[in-house]
Design a protein around this ligand. Structure first.
Ligand SMILES: *[C@@H]1O[C@H](CO)[C@@H](O)[C@H](O)[C@H]1NC(C)=O
Length: 330
């Protein structure tokens, strides 16, 4: 028994970092390649999202060559994984130096806002990757035309060049099967920004708006588009906030939501279950144990309609307030 426990303990301690898996190199064996990789990461993080100066680009290209060679010589599984990792980083060098990220951001905005006429013909922001490949092939001249207005000269050069443009189209339209990393996912995220940002432009007074008000329906529709986009783009930062925000807009468009706004101004002292407390504290997590009380109040103040699909609405309400509350500084 003692032996068993002990070996189990060793197993847990070692699981993460001592015994290499079969076919893996030890940390010691990987050591000679590590500094090269770190140097590359340092260069790239110093210029994150910006154009690499030519001398830095040059040094990075050289480093990329050495890193690939170094890991290749090691043959073991984890070295091959690291090599692939660096190949992704290195594949980005060329477009980083052409500041394509920056260009993609401005291009996607211009397309979304229909600033330039030529983009009407091409659905550049589609999420259908097969269609997208064809659209970017057919629309190169339009992309270049817009880039000439909104991007830097080095980006325009990159886009005009058949070979580099082809690589970019591959990044945009071929979803790699190696998890959520690399240029494809970065560009997908970039292309969701216009629709997500446009949510801020739709001004709807959520306190006053009526159910099925066209402005509210428009906001909900746009929000669904944004959610679909960020769901595809696995890297989108704070995607959960967009989901939550959209759930709140949907909730506003129900009798539950209207009632929640309306009861805020009423005297609810006759409801003993509230124990004299406000029905919902702003910025506080709505506790599950308030459910029955809330239902009584809603039905009493707003009628049967307000408690239709009550459980579902309450759950959305609870989930979104609790998440928001958990993000608030304490
Ligand atoms: C590039 O590498 C060379 C040789 O290692 C070094 O002397 C030079 O400072 C590096 N350039 C930059 C911009 O870091």
């Amino acid at each position: 028994m003692q032996f068993f426990t002990f070996s189990l303990l060793i197993f847990f301690i070692c699981y993460a970092n001592c015994a290499p898996k079969a076919g893996d190199c030890t940390a010691d064996e990987l050591k000679e390649c590590t500094p090269l990789g770190n140097k590359l990461k340092a260069y790239m993080s110093r210029h994150e999202g910006y154009r690499l100066p030519p001398d830095v680009y040059q040094n990075c290209t050289i480093l990329c060559g050495s890193i690939t060679k170094c890991y290749n010589e090691l043959k073991c599984n984890n070295a091959q994984e690291l090599k692939e990792d660096f190949e992704i980083r290195c594949s980005k060098l060329e477009y980083l130096t052409a500041s394509i990220h920056h260009c993609m951001n401005r291009f996607s905005n211009a397309v979304y806002q229909r600033t330039y006429e030529c983009s009407e013909k091409y659905d550049f922001l589609t999420r259908d990757l097969t269609k997208k490949a064809q659209i970017y092939k057919d629309g190169q001249a339009c992309f270049v035309e817009i880039a000439e207005k909104v991007c830097r000269a080095e980006s325009v050069e990159y886009l005009k060049n058949k070979e580099t443009y082809g690589k970019l189209v591959d990044f945009l339209t071929v979803k790699p099967d190696n998890g959520c990393r690399g240029p494809h996912h970065e560009f997908s995220s970039e292309q969701c920004k216009p629709v997500v940002n446009s949510l801020n432009d739709l001004k709807v007074d959520l306190e006053k708006v009526q159910i099925n008000d066209p402005t509210l329906l428009k906001l909900i529709g746009r929000c669904k588009e944004a959610v679909a986009c960020v769901n595809d783009a696995c890297m989108y930062p704070m995607a959960q906030d967009i989901h939550d925000g959209c759930d709140v807009f949907q909730l506003v468009n129900t009798h539950y939501g209207r009632c929640l706004v309306n009861v805020g101004e009423k005297d609810l002292s006759k409801y003993a279950c509230l124990e004299g407390k406000p029905i919902v504290d702003k910025n506080e997590c709505l506790k599950a144990d308030k459910k029955d009380c809330l239902k009584i109040v809603f039905e009493g103040e707003c009628g049967k309609e307000a408690v239709k699909n009550f459980d579902e609405h309450f759950e959305t309400h609870r989930r979104t307030t609790c998440r928001r509350a958990s993000l608030m500084p304490k």
